[in-house]
Design a binder for this molecule. Structure first.
Ligand SMILES: Cc1cc2nc3c(=O)[nH]c(=O)nc-3n(C[C@H](O)[C@H](O)[C@H](O)COP(=O)(O)OP(=O)(O)OC[C@H]3O[C@@H](n4cnc5c(N)ncnc54)[C@H](O)[C@@H]3O)c2cc1C
Length: 405
């Protein structure tokens, strides 16, 4: 593989760096946040919205959207470059990652002109927050098992929705959500679980929708149960045709997967940052050979995972399926994310284990929060066990296993 950047990619990277050099420092000076460790806090969300708007002034918010919708039509390699550069600069988070990365592209692909005009500007401008509602108590890894019903009422032309979603991130602050519902109640019984699923864009303030935040082990209330009781959804909120929801969803998850490369860049930036903090708060740890060994191991594994994701990228560029590299990269990322957060609390000493609120907590409790939060990395985006099953069956073709998939 050729590691040199193509001239157009080099130009893209130079332009983004120059933009960040001139826009990021004044933004950080103006938009200070008291409680940076809180993902769902109001102040944090306002700052994220302000940063997204700042990026959008020069079309850096949705770089992969077509130019006519406010993007830059960035290629897969430019998307990876952008996420690496953003990680290198440690830019603030975005307000509408779901909307920008997954839902916007789906509206562009599947939406009517009226739907594009109605929703794309609000995603881009950070006017409204968006969530993604797929999982249910009986439908996680096996998403096709979802059972929340949306039944068309012929007289009104509305869909009447009943059922329950769970683990829906930021649903409690979202104005809109992309949801998958079952419009054919017979599909599961017929053994055709992937059929009869339809995508809807739902106004979260609709009567009959109730969000109940779930407190996670890091003490945040970031994700929610969402209950639907006879909620009335207008037909013009259906995205794609009836029964096309599975294809809409797979497109959405496809966009999610490319995001792993960016997550790896963030891990590298985190490792550099935690070593810097240790120099101040617990310098002796850096002389401990076992800590030195763990730092070197993490660094090497980040580099290996980065090369793996570049191999996946080069397959995408050639028009091939990035298989099985994407599965391996997901596994490497999730185990690395957890090893790194464990290294952080060990390396930063007792103060590194303190949580937000304590006057001595290092970086306002950021590292101890990460320690709990990173448990999610072996569940979200395809759980570790299921990824290993897929690799065992389809890549290694281990003997003695059924080839059901
Ligand atoms: C932080 C976080 C944010 C999330 N945000 C969202 C969101 O915004 N929207 C949304 O729709 N969902 C969201 N989710 C839900 C996420 O997509 C699901 O948790 C995920 O799909 C796993 O489903 P599940 O929790 O039902 O686990 P299950 O699928 O029930 O799995 C439970 C356990 O069984 C194992 N298992 C399951 N099937 C197999 C098998 N065939 N072989 C071997 N082992 C198996 C799994 O590996 C796992 O260990 C979020 C989850 C987290 C942790």
């Amino acid at each position: 593989m050729d590691f040199a950047l193509a001239p157009e990619d080099q130009k893209f990277a130079d332009e983004l760096r120059a933009w960040l050099d001139s826009h990021l420092p004044p933004f950080l000076e103006k938009e200070v946040i008291d409680d940076e460790a809180r993902l769902s806090g109001d102040a944090s969300q306002k700052r994220r919205a302000a940063w997204q708007r700042e990026l959008n002034t020069d079309r850096w918010a949705a770089i992969h959207w077509p130019e006519e919708f406010g993007g830059r039509a960035a290629t897969a390699s430019q998307r990876v470059l952008a996420s690496q550069i953003m990680a290198e600069y440690r830019t603030p988070g975005m307000f509408n990652t779901n909307g920008l990365w997954q839902i916007g592209p789906m509206i562009i692909t599947w939406g009517t002109d009226e739907q594009k005009d109605r929703w794309l500007p609000s995603i881009l401008e950070a006017d409204d927050h968006w969530c993604q509602g797929f999982s249910e108590p009986q439908a996680g890894n096996d998403l096709s098992n979802l059972r929340t019903m949306a039944i068309l009422e012929p007289d009104s032309g509305d869909y009447i929705v009943n059922g329950q979603k769970i683990w829906i991130s930021t649903a409690h602050i979202a104005k809109w959500g992309l949801f998958l519902m079952r419009t054919d109640p017979t599909a599961i019984e017929r053994g055709a679980k992937h059929e009869g699923i339809t995508a809807f864009i739902i106004d979260m303030k609709t009567p009959g929708i109730e969000c109940r935040p779930i407190r996670d082990m890091a003490g945040e209330e970031m994700f929610n149960e969402v209950f639907f009781t006879d909620a009335r959804i207008p037909a013009n909120c259906r995205l794609g045709g009836e029964g096309e929801g599975w294809n809409v969803a797979m497109g959405t998850l496809g966009f999610e997967r490319v995001g792993i490369a960016g997550q790896l860049s963030l891990l590298g930036a985190d490792l550099r940052a935690m070593v810097e903090v240790a120099r101040t708060v617990n310098p002796d740890a850096l002389d401990d050979p076992s800590i030195q060994d763990r730092i070197a191991r993490c660094w090497t594994e980040i580099e290996l995972a980065r090369l793996l994701s570049l191999r996946a990228l080069s397959r995408i560029i050639k028009g091939e399926k990035p298989w099985p590299e994407v599965q391996f990269a997901k596994l490497s990322w999730s185990s690395l994310a957890q090893s790194l957060s464990e290294l952080a609390v060990d390396m930063l000493g007792p103060a590194g284990a303190l949580t937000r609120g304590g006057p001595d907590a290092v970086d306002r409790g950021k590292w101890s929060r990460l320690y709990s939060f990173q448990r999610y990395s072996s569940i979200g985006g395809g759980s570790t066990e299921v990824q290993k099953d897929i690799i065992a069956d389809r890549a290694i073709k281990l003997p003695g296993r059924s080839r059901a998939s």
